[in-house]
Write a protein that binds this ligand. Structure first.
Ligand SMILES: *[C@@H]1O[C@H](CO)[C@@H](O)[C@H](O)[C@H]1NC(C)=O
Ligand SMILES: *[C@@H]1O[C@H](CO)[C@@H](O)[C@H](O)[C@H]1NC(C)=O
Ligand SMILES: *[C@@H]1O[C@H](CO)[C@@H](O)[C@H](O)[C@H]1NC(C)=O
Length: 424
């Protein structure tokens, strides 16, 4: 992790004299590393020049720990980021106001500032608390990629200006150390991928979450191609299956898909309502949550498919734990039955042992799915443990999700992008 940061800082200082001379017209895809926090298992995007941001697929806008200088405006130094308050009549302010969160403080108290500011209420997706603040701008440095290496884009020495919200430091409580805010990756026009104003960067992004805190994963913004070091000539787009990904209504933020059935070792689990179940992807949910009725049928089927493996005392928060030595560890993870999510398109997202069984120590491995209760808004919320080392291509333009199933099963991983910079 430190190595990656170091490399990036070297690049940033380097960019001022050497790299900025080069013009990479063929780089229409941007790239940033994704880091996993060892303590919380949360994933953040490495955001330069300042702190990392927690990845949130449901946030209406990006926010960071900062204080805006209220009117009269004073220009700030570049080293602080250029934090000019955004006026209320700006399109992006109106967009932010279409996502009012009713459980947050009223924006009403900012009325005394008139239209000089754009009041918003940033939310911490882990603690669920929110604070009153306002929209401003910040700088972020992106790297271009030809799919294999990275390069600093020309004319970007200080970074690209994005609209973000400030937030008081107290909103950071319960986020990983070193994380100073939240990066929105939602359908919102204020989301991080959608604000990149290079005209040739397509409205699509890749999430490839690492399973280890030692090796960074990767997010790409744009069309690709995408290559990992293990297979230098395999464009990862060629291994993807697709399924429709819908925006539920005009102001919904998260990514929803539908599934036809769940099966374990090829046998369909009897869940009558599964086709109408709403399925959402979430990067702030560590383990996939299933509505109680689905969870019960799921665990019972998995249990029946593994009767030959010794049980061990269950370890919180999981309910079904097995002796890991009896399952054996093979290259594709545990030798447990595969779980298939058959998507609306008919294509299967296969979950192997690495994404289904969590090693909890003492020779125990637990089925890493949780009971979300009966009242879940979405019947299934796919969490990060199940997404790690899966290549997910969220195509907002064509409203479809590309998925690879486990990259480990193909002999590669999300930690296999080559972050070496090239200088021609
Ligand atoms: C602001 O709050 C006050 C008192 O709570 C209320 O009377 C007023 O109508 C509110 N204004 C708006 C624009 O909501
Ligand atoms: C990473 O990229 C550099 C520059 O193209 C190359 O020299 C190096 O061999 C690559 N590393 C791996 C592991 O492929
Ligand atoms: C392993 O088992 C021992 C004895 O049951 C227990 O004291 C210890 O806390 C366990 N360790 C972990 C990491 O669960």
């Amino acid at each position: 992790m430190h190595l990656v940061k170091l490399l990036f800082f070297v690049l940033v200082s380097c960019s001022r004299d050497v790299l900025s001379q080069y013009y990479y017209t063929h780089f229409n895809t941007l790239v940033l590393p994704i880091l996993k926090d060892a303590e919380t298992s949360l994933h953040s995007v490495s955001w330069l020049p300042r702190g990392d941001k927690l990845i949130d697929l449901d946030a209406p806008f990006t926010w960071r720990d900062c204080v805006v200088r209220n009117p009269p405006m004073v220009a700030c130094g570049l080293e602080e980021g250029c934090r000019f308050p955004l006026r209320c009549d700006r399109t992006l302010c109106k967009e932010a106001h279409s996502y009012i969160n009713p459980s947050c403080p009223s924006l009403n108290i900012t009325a005394k500032y008139g239209c000089n500011i754009c009041a918003v209420t940033p939310v911490n997706p882990v603690s669920k608390s929110c604070k009153l603040s306002q929209l401003t701008t910040d700088l972020v440095i992106f790297y271009g990629t030809d799919g294999r290496n990275i390069a600093v884009l020309s004319g970007q020495t200080f970074g690209v200006e994005l609209v973000v919200s400030c937030a008081p430091s107290s909103l950071l409580i319960s986020l990983p150390k070193g994380v100073d805010g939240v990066a929105a990756f939602s359908w919102s026009a204020l989301a991080f991928p959608r604000q990149v104003d290079k005209p040739d960067v397509a409205n699509k992004f890749v999430l490839c979450l690492p399973s280890s805190s030692k090796t960074p994963g990767v997010t790409f913004l744009g069309d690709g191609p995408f290559y990992f070091t293990s297979f230098p000539n395999l464009d990862l787009r060629s291994i993807l299956s697709y399924t429709p990904m819908v925006r539920k209504h005009k102001t919904s933020l998260g990514y929803h898909i539908r599934i036809n059935r769940i099966s374990i070792r090829g046998i369909s689990i009897p869940i009558p309502s599964i086709k109408s179940a709403s399925v959402r992807l979430s990067t702030v949910t560590p383990y996939t949550k299933l509505r109680s009725d689905i969870y019960k049928a799921f665990v019972s089927s998995f249990s029946m498919a593994t009767t030959n493996i010794p049980r061990l005392k269950s370890v919180q928060p999981f309910s079904l734990c097995l002796k890991s030595s009896a399952v054996g560890s093979v290259e594709k993870g545990f030798r447990v039955p595969t779980i298939d999510l058959e998507m609306e398109s008919g294509k299967k997202w296969t979950i192997y042992g690495d994404n289904s069984m969590k090693r909890v120590g003492n020779g125990t491995a637990c089925l890493a799915f949780l009971d979300g209760g009966l009242k879940m808004k979405d019947a299934i919320v796919i969490g990060t443990f199940q997404m790690e080392n899966n290549f997910l291509f969220l195509d907002l333009e064509n409203q479809k999700l590309g998925f690879s199933s486990s990259l480990l099963a193909r002999g590669t991983s999300c930690g296999s992008f080559n972050f070496t910079a090239i200088v021609e």
